[in-house]
Design a protein around this ligand. Sequence first.
Ligand code: ATP
Length: 360
Amino acid sequence: MAVFKPENVEDFYEIMEVLGSGHFGQVRRACERTSGTCWAAKFMKVRKSACSRLGMDRSSVEREVEILQAVQHQNIVTLKDVFESRAEVVLILELVSGGELFDFIAEKENLLETEAIEFMKQILAGLGFMHSKNIAHFDLKPENIMLSDKVSSHPNIKLIDFGLAHFFNPGEEYRSTSGTPQYIAPEVINCEPLSTAADMWSIGVITYILLSGLSPFQGDSNEETLRNIIAMTYDFDERYFSTTSSMAKDFIQKLLVKNHNDRMTAEECLLHPWIKPLTRKQAANRNRSSINMKTFKKFNARRKWKMSFNMVSICNRLVNLKMCKVSSEADPLQRQCESDVEDTESKPASLLRRRLSSSS
Ligand code: ATP
């Protein structure tokens, strides 16, 4: 179990600009005062009272920390230190400065499948390592697939955000309805027992988008997206997949499988001929295929726009909550719960509990 240091994080790190924001706080660049080395400090608000819905349970923070400690791998962000004050916990993480993989790709003029595969291999290596430790991520999506740096021509993949991750004890049955609609597996929607195979479904969705710029189940609303997932309504429209190899489609088809027991595992993916061709013909087929850059760029631009729109909504909600607090100073406990009511009411279906706002 990691030590949650009671000292003030600012005594050890100079806290710099915001790198990103999540539902429970910000991530900021943090420079170590003794060495000058820069890290990423993830500030997470922790619930002050049992009736509060603001912030995270301390137990959820502990789980995220334990999981981060258990998954030390070159394709997974590293945890260095943990600080704790009355209202928040600060994780000091490896600084991942290359931005999101999808943004990196969207800046290119074109990308061969073979180049995309090099990234897929790293994602699968990180994921396979987690799964071998009986840990599932449960929130794989483009925002959580980052690159180590911007300078090297072949940056490393780094998987981030273990806020929904889960460690399976032997024989344990685990259900959860959290996730991001576009990427969640049917068993999540159906509230069935989950396994690491739910991550493999998300890999299928991410690969589909990466190759075509289309999101396989995206509907006009979150509810429609969820219905499409349950109905398994996806195909490979020639207008978008004309430059995609048949092996890539086969790879996706072996992941977007309703029965989670029949999906490829991360290990099996790494042996699939699209990733590891067995014959010269297979290799040549791959080399001729490329990703649909025109639609991919459009998908990514729309995704970024939605993310910034959602961030504005979150900020507005926080401002409203702060104003609420000021107007009910008399009874601190009641004030806390009232703020929570407002927060709860602004959220739609329980299924979309935590991540609804993230690029859904
Ligand atoms: P969400 O509510 O979306 O799940 P979260 O509160 O769990 O978010 P993260 O997803 O871990 O927080 O981080 C939020 C954002 O901060 C990321 O999308 C990313 O842009 C940035 N970020 C997180 N970790 C790092 C890191 N180690 N290095 C650089 N930037 C990071």
